[in-house]
Design a protein around this ligand. Structure first.
Ligand code: ZN
Length: 245
């Protein structure tokens, strides 16, 4: 795709497509520089040449022209990869819907650049690694980047590292045996504590190192979804589907 004068080329993963009038849409995508949005004319028409690149979870190259107010309008596009293939099994489809929804609802302008490599990694690994473990890892990173990660290193009340027996979503992290009854906390199994610690601490390079059981992932995703909902009011519909698989 050639660069036309006055236009910018951006590569990004589409997070949201909101239909506006007739067959037009506002598209929001995430790039390594952060979030960006543009107006896309006619993309909901079946015959649109820009249609294929403007679907949720497509990584595409966009050629954008900038109006006087600074708003972008799509001129040309090229689909690089569609991460939401139609022939996926139910678990993978649910996981992909979750990645899309949580990204669209949680990522703020100033965090986008931090989140991009993790989204790309999770999407790239979808075919070769456990989809639900990837969802857990990605969710934990988004929460950390959003400033609402759980403290999994110590008791949130006394900062002791020993005797951790539970978790308090109200207080935002682990609690020790001396404090678990003082706040709204749940006693959880040592294994679940270990998984949570791993999820919040795993670096990008080890996203495909350890896979957890389906039921363990589902429980954690639902817990974190509830935690997010309590804090921000965001309601992740894709978790309702995930809970049933
Ligand atoms: Zn404590």
């Amino acid at each position: 795709m050639a660069t036309i004068k006055g236009e910018v080329n951006k590569e990004g993963i589409v997070l949201r497509v909101v239909k506006t009038k007739e067959s037009d849409a506002m598209v929001t995508a995430l790039s390594e520089e952060g979030l960006f949005s543009f107006y896309a004319r006619g993309v909901n028409k079946l015959t649109s040449k820009n249609g294929p690149a403007c679907q949720a979870l497509c990584r595409s190259l966009f050629s954008l022209s900038q109006g006087k107010g600074g708003a972008y309008t799509l001129s040309e596009s090229k689909l690089l990869k569609n991460y939401m293939p139609l022939e996926s099994d139910l678990t993978k489809l649910s996981a992909l819907s979750f990645l899309q929804e949580v990204s669209a609802k949680l990522i703020q302008q100033d965090e986008g650049a931090l989140d991009y490599p993790y989204l790309l990694k999770a999407l790239e690994l979808m075919d070769s690694f456990d989809p639900l473990t990837l969802c857990c890892l990605y969710f934990a990173k988004l929460l950390i980047h959003g400033g609402i990660g759980l403290d999994v290193d110590e008791c949130v009340l006394c900062q002791k590292k020993e005797g951790i027996v539970g978790i308090s979503y109200e207080e935002g992290g682990f609690v020790c045996k001396d404090h678990v009854h003082e706040v709204e906390a749940k006693i959880v199994s040592p294994r679940k504590l270990k998984i949570l610690r791993y999820l919040f601490r795993a670096p990008l390079e080890s996203f495909d190192h350890i896979a957890f059981e389906k039921d363990e992932c589902k429980e954690i995703l639902l817990d974190l979804g509830e935690y997010l909902n309590q804090l921000t009011g965001a309601n992740l519909k894709s978790l309702t589907i995930l809970a049933k698989i």
